[in-house]
Design a protein around this ligand. Sequence first.
Ligand SMILES: Cc1cc2nc3c(=O)[nH]c(=O)nc-3n(C[C@H](O)[C@H](O)[C@H](O)COP(=O)(O)OP(=O)(O)OC[C@H]3O[C@@H](n4cnc5c(N)ncnc54)[C@H](O)[C@@H]3O)c2cc1C
Length: 503
Amino acid sequence: MREQTTYYMELLTKGLGRYNRSTKCHIAIVGAGMAGLVAAWLLQRAGLQVRLYEASQRVGGRVRTLREGFSSGLYAEAGAMRIPAPHKLTLHLCKTFGLQLTEFIQDNSKALIYINGERGRRSDYLKGKSNFGRPYSSNKTAEDIVEKVLNPLARFYKDKDRRIQLDKISWGEYLHAFVHGSRNPITEGNIPKDLKLTHGDIDLIGFVFGAAEFRASLLEAVRDHMVMGLGTKYQILGGMDLLPRSFITSTSANQTNLVDSVRYHARVTQVNRVRPGKEYLVSSEHTLTKLPLPDETADHVILAAPFSALTHVRFGHNVLPPERLHVIRNLHYENATKIVLEFSRRFWEKDQQIYGGRSITDLPIRWTYYPSIGQNPVNSDRGLLLASYTWGDDSLRWGSLNESDRIRFALRDVAELHNMKQDECEKLLVGGMSHSWAEDEYTFGAFALFEPYQEKELFENVWKCHDRIHFAGEHTSLKHAWIEGAVESGVRAAREVFKEASA
Ligand SMILES: Cc1cc2nc3c(=O)[nH]c(=O)nc-3n(C[C@H](O)[C@H](O)[C@H](O)COP(=O)(O)OP(=O)(O)OC[C@H]3O[C@@H](n4cnc5c(N)ncnc54)[C@H](O)[C@@H]3O)c2cc1C
């Protein structure tokens, strides 16, 4: 994994090489998220003709900074909000474009844990001093349990044969085996025999790490907990969307930008073959007028939109084999919802000394994130609170509400979490916004997550190219739900296309 990252970093720095053939080569890229942008940027630098179709009016896809709807200068992240230190390709791009990073505080000892009506500081909880009453075991933390049950599996990850064992059951099933004392061949000889969990312990793990992951394969859970999300986390000062926007606006990085290469409001509706063995014909429509845009031919196509979105694209006869269409239909996507509230006073800092990090609760809001240093306005008490961040079923329960009820109910939970009277909290409320990714008309979900057997049975058909049709996007990598996966896939797809075009 390390060597591949080093090689990809080199390609980002030095480029793919130079396309020297006399015939022009046209590349159509569907989706101007991070994967599509990276692929387009590399291919254009190499001298190929690139056309990026983007259904929305902006680049970045799930890297989306909300700037409207709050007092001026304040912004919040609807999608990606942090970059872990091991995500070398993403950090490398930030450096290339001269973006300023600050630390994203993931956890803070002063933040609150509020479960079953019992409130405490994270520092006490971590020392095992919290007692949430029945059905929760006293003195246990979700972090300790996860370390005990997942740590021994981390080394399986490096062994291909044993790794595949982890693909066969879900993270939730694995945990439940410790409740029922069932014999689990994966744990034999690896986990202390007397380790017993309760349903309360599993609920606590869900509150802290996200219950949506219980559906994911154990392999996906091991990768995420032990390999991917580790280390210090960073955020881009001024908003995460500065990264995708840099591909359009940058005038310095390697003298190329994509300002004239993106077609906005252009939703690809069909990909057909002109004639067998010949170019592809890409059909699109304007997302505002709904009128068809002129069809265009392409020698290579990179599909860099999520599979959840590709289900609405028609592929002509023999463009994609049935197993590809099966994968597009079946890859599992999770949802996520964020609700952001603006307050005239940052009561969490002034009254409760919480600067950054997140509080965790069994209330429907689940995770509340406080702004890290650098995100607050200078010389003002105002501030934005990511009042609720939820995944999976928890997030769908917010998705069913209209915007004003999301804000109203989230405010009620925020007041209770912080032990404030609701009207006291209401008086400080300036406004709010929310985004449910399952309702996003261009994404249809938040991120891909393998359910059991999906990695073994589907993965090869998720990423491998087929007759000059290439696949990119976080879902085509093993770094689901991270920008890093999208960037990595963009580099891979660009390299595949460049090799084919230059052959
Ligand atoms: C709530 C949330 C939180 C996250 N948090 C983090 C985080 O903290 N750190 C991190 O690194 N990552 C995070 N991620 C993941 C990260 O945002 C994604 O992995 C990454 O942005 C995906 O990039 P992509 O290019 O694969 O896809 P996308 O960003 O989804 O881009 C695909 C593009 O295709 C367009 N499109 C779709 N259909 C069509 C069509 N038919 N025609 C034309 N265009 C089309 C879409 O409009 C979109 O712009 C988060 C994601 C979410 C949803």
